[in-house]
Design a protein around this ligand. Structure first.
Ligand SMILES: Cc1cc2nc3c(=O)[nH]c(=O)nc-3n(C[C@H](O)[C@H](O)[C@H](O)COP(=O)(O)O)c2cc1C
Length: 193
């Protein structure tokens, strides 16, 4: 399936420093012709941070995608029964969301959408962005990597001197990872320098 024919659920969690880079990638996917529905975690939707005001960011994403998107668990629940997406992307995916997903917790719109989408045997793409990827969250990333239908955007250590446990995905490869995932393949190499 080409990106231009693709219905993408694009779920955004609270790695606020990654938001600018993610915005650019959503624009690229949109320009390719993909239909994109944003899904916001509660924290993305509500938290003002030193990086951005929540409303400014969510308004920009709504403008780029042309959709209000989903910001409640009730909205996200409809992803399953209505088979809304060909692929669901979580980008950026925080350590918090990765940990919950790996352990079957479903208490945000993003986690609800992921659970609902996976039940339909459809691909879920994760773009990790967390300071504890090689710390307490390593076990959760490992758990997710071996689950059927879960694929990772290639990721690597972003600053091994100052933040030795931190890993971040190469967000410029989200499109390629989606295309591979739609063919049931993991883009390689998945761990990059
Ligand atoms: C300014 C700021 C930046 C953050 N950056 C990250 C990050 O890059 N990666 C991460 O895993 N958590 C980060 N966090 C912590 C998450 O926002 C926090 O764990 C939150 O509960 C995530 O919720 P969510 O996964 O439902 O969006 C950051 C928090 C703040 C306030």
């Amino acid at each position: 399936m080409k990106l231009s024919e693709c219905n993408i659920g694009f779920a955004i969690t609270g790695s606020f420093c990654t938001f600018d880079k993610i915005k650019s990638q959503i624009k690229i996917l949109k320009d390719e012709g993909a239909d994109i529905t944003p899904i916001f975690s509660f924290n993305t939707y509500n938290m003002d941070t030193r990086f951005t005001k929540a409303k400014d960011f969510t308004d920009e994403i709504k403008a780029i995608t042309g959709k209000e998107g989903m910001s409640t668990i009730q909205q996200a629940e409809t992803v399953g029964p209505n088979k809304l997406f060909d692929v669901l992307v979580i980008a950026p995916c925080t350590g918090n969301t990765a940990a919950k997903l790996a352990n079957g917790i479903t208490d945000t719109p993003v986690l609800m959408a992921a659970k609902a989408h996976l039940r339909n045997n459809l691909p879920l793409v994760i773009s990790i962005s967390t300071n504890d990827a090689l710390g307490i969250n390593l076990q959760n990333i490992g758990k997710l990597m071996v689950i059927k239908n879960i694929f990772f955007v290639p990721f690597g250590q972003d600053d091994y001197i100052k933040k030795p446990n931190s890993m971040i995905a190469d967000v410029s490869r989200i499109g390629e990872t989606i295309e591979a995932a739609l063919e049931n393949k993991q883009l390689q190499p998945v761990v990059v320098a």
